[in-house]
Design a binder for this molecule. Structure first.
Ligand code: ASP
Length: 280
C-alpha cells in the first residue's frame, strides 16, 4: 500500500518560511492519517479521504482557503478517477460547498458524472450539501490587494491499495483572479487521470496542463510500457517546448512513485508505511 499527495506549488520568492513549514507539517499529518485509513479502505475511498483533509486545511487552495476569482466569488473544481472501473467524475466551478471532492464522489454513481456551475450547485443542494463559505480573511485581503495567494496550493492524491488498485483525486480553488466561467484542468483528464497501470494528479497553470494533456498522456505512456520516470520526463519535455508551468505526482501499479515540476517546486509527500517523505 502506498500514498503520494501534493499541496500545489511553493514559491520561495513570495511565501514565508513559516508557511512552508506549516504546509510540510500538514502534509505529514495528512499522510499518517490517510495511510491508516488506507489499511481498511480502497484506493478510491482513500484518495477522496485525503483530498477532503487537504480541502479542510486553509493553507491549501482547495475547499476552505480557496482563491477568489475576478468578480469576488470563489468557484472550485474537483475530480476523482478510479483505476479499476475507469470511471471519472467531477465538479467544475461549484460554489459554497465545504468539500467539492465529496460532491464529485456523489456523482461517481450518477449517469451524468461531470457537472459544472449552476447544475453542480443544484445537484449538491439536492444531495444535502449545505451552503458553506470556504472564504478565509487572508484570501479576501489578497483579493483586495489584487494579488493571487502566494504559491498556488491545489491538492491531489494517488493511492495504491492492498488489492493493487490505483485511484487519483484532485481539488482546486483555481488560479486566482480568473474570469468567471474559466475552466480549471483539475476536473479534466489532463489534470487528473488513472487506470490500472498508473495514476496522476497535476497542479500548475490549468491552460498549460490542458495544452500538454499531462495526466492522460503520462498514464497512456505507462500503459504502453514506458517506465514511469521516462513517461513523466518525456511529457514535461513536450510541455517545455511552449514553456508550460506544471507539477505532477504519479504512481504506477508496482507502487513506484515519482514527482516532477517545471518552474517552482511542488510541495509533496509520500508514504509507503516505512518511509515518510515530505518535500518542496
Ligand atoms: N491547476 C489549477 C488551475 O489552473 C491551479 C493550481 O494548480 O494551482 O485551476
Amino acid at each position: 500500500m502506498k500514498l503520494i499527495i501534493h499541496g500545489g506549488f511553493f514559491s520561495e520568492s513570495s511565501t514565508s518560511a513559516e508557511t512552508k513549514l506549516a504546509k510540510q507539517d500538514a502534509l505529514r499529518r495528512i499522510l499518517y492519517e490517510t495511510y491508516s485509513f488506507l489499511q481498511h479502505h480502497s484506493a478510491l475511498e482513500t484518495v477522496i479521504h485525503a483530498v477532503e483533509l487537504l480541502e479542510n486545511d486553509a493553507l491549501f487552495n482547495a475547499g476552505t482557503g480557496s482563491q477568489i476569482q475576478s468578480d469576488g466569488k470563489i468557484r472550485m473544481s474537483a475530480s476523482i478517477m478510479d483505476g479499476v472501473s475507469k470511471k471519472f467524475s467531477g465538479v467544475i466551478n461549484i460554489e459554497e460547498v465545504k468539500n467539492p471532492i465529496r460532491v464529485a464522489e456523489k456523482l461517481f454513481s450518477a449517469e451524468d458524472r461531470v457537472l459544472g456551475g449552476e447544475g453542480s450547485i443544484v445537484f449538491a443542494r439536492k444531495n444535502k450539501f449545505d451552503k458553506y463559505s470556504t472564504e478565509i480573511p487572508q484570501r479576501r485581503i489578497e483579493y483586495e490587494q489584487k494579488r493571487a495567494a502566494a504559491g498556488m496550493g491545489t491538492v491531489g492524491c494517488v493511492a495504491l491499495d492492498a488489492q493493487g488498485h490505483l485511484a487519483a483525486a484532485t481539488s482546486t480553488g483555481g488560479k486566482g483572479f480568473e474570469i468567471p466561467g474559466r475552466i480549471s484542468d483539475s476536473a479534466t483528464v489532463a489534470g487528473n487521470y488513472c487506470n490500472e497501470f498508473c495514476g496522476v494528479s497535476c497542479t500548475g497553470v490549468g491552460e498549460d496542463i490542458v495544452s500538454g494533456a499531462l495526466a492522460a498522456k503520462i498514464v497512456t505512456r505507462v500503459t504502453d510500457g514506458m517506465q514511469l520516470e521516462s513517461a513523466v520526463q518525456k511529457t514535461f519535455e513536450e510541455l517545455s517546448r511552449f514553456d508550460g508551468f506544471a507539477g505532477v505526482i504519479a504512481m504506477d501499479a508496482n507502487g513506484r512513485m515519482y514527482h516532477f515540476n517545471s518552474h517552482p517546486k511542488i510541495v509533496f509527500g509520500s508514504y509507503d508505511g516505512d518511509e515518510l517523505n515530505v518535500f518542496d
